[in-house]
Every structure is written in structure tokens, then in C-alpha cells.
Design a protein around this ligand. Sequence first.
Ligand code: RB5
Length: 157
Amino acid sequence: MKLAIGNDHSAVEMKKEIKKYLEDKGIEVIDVGTNSTESFNYPISGYKVGKMVANGEVDGGVLICGTGVGISLAANKVKGVRACVCSEPYSARMSKQHNNSNIIAFGARVIGVETAKMIVDEWLNAKYEGGRHQVRVDMLTEIEQTQGLKVVDEQGQ
Ligand code: RB5
């Protein structure tokens, strides 16, 4: 398995710990984040990881900024990305099972590194369930691709 990881200045230490944690499991990790605590604009890392995931260069991505919010918003602007910010493991697992998330994000100023490891584990171990969830994930893709949603727009709502 190959993952991309990205971060901003607020998450350098957590990024290093999570990267090592993943590598110790035998996962190849491509680090596109900053290793400096100088101010760094999170959209750069979010975009880079988003592109790598969308292009299929990696199997998934991990993004960390202060809250996980900005960096996931950046990744979600790339077509094909479903980046989910999670502060606890349950949402991380469900984001894969129900939403087929391909990037997990969290905040270095929000959670501790042990919770971050649990989040990553739940996300990695979870499997997308498909079935009824595919209809909904397809709707997400439809909005992304067309800036519309037929089931709503055809009703003139
Ligand atoms: C940086 O100060 C902070 O805004 C950033 O890490 C992140 O939390 C943005 O969403």
C-alpha cells in the first residue's frame, strides 16, 4: 500500500509521528508536506495530496493542519477526492464504509497523536460497503461533475 501525507506548519511533529507509524506497518508514505514551522499555506499540501489520490498515484491520503478543515477543503476541490475530517475513530471508520473516503484529515491542534493513530487505523482497516451507499456517493460525484443534481433540479427545487 502507498499513501500520500501532507501538512502545514501547525502539524509538523504530528505528521512525522504518523508517517513513521504508517511506515512501521510497511506502508510506503510519500510526504509532500512541510517540515518547517515557518508559516505554510495549507492549500498547497491539500492540493498535492488530492491530485495524487485522484490520479491513482497513491491508494489514499492523510492530511493534517491545525484543525484538518482548511487542508481537507483544499483536497476536496480536486475532482474525485472525498476527504473527511475526523476527530475520533468512529467517524473515520464510517467515512470509509459509507462515504468511500479516500483521504482522512485531522487537526494537530484538536486531537493528540494517540487518537490520530487510532483514527488512521480505523480508516485503513475499514472497507467501503457499496450497495445503497453507492447511490449516494454517485450523487456526490454528480454534483462535483455537473454542479447539479438531477433528482433535485428536475423538480425545480
Ligand atoms: C494555521 O494557522 C491554521 O489556520 C491551519 O492550520 C488550519 O487549521 C486551517 O484550517
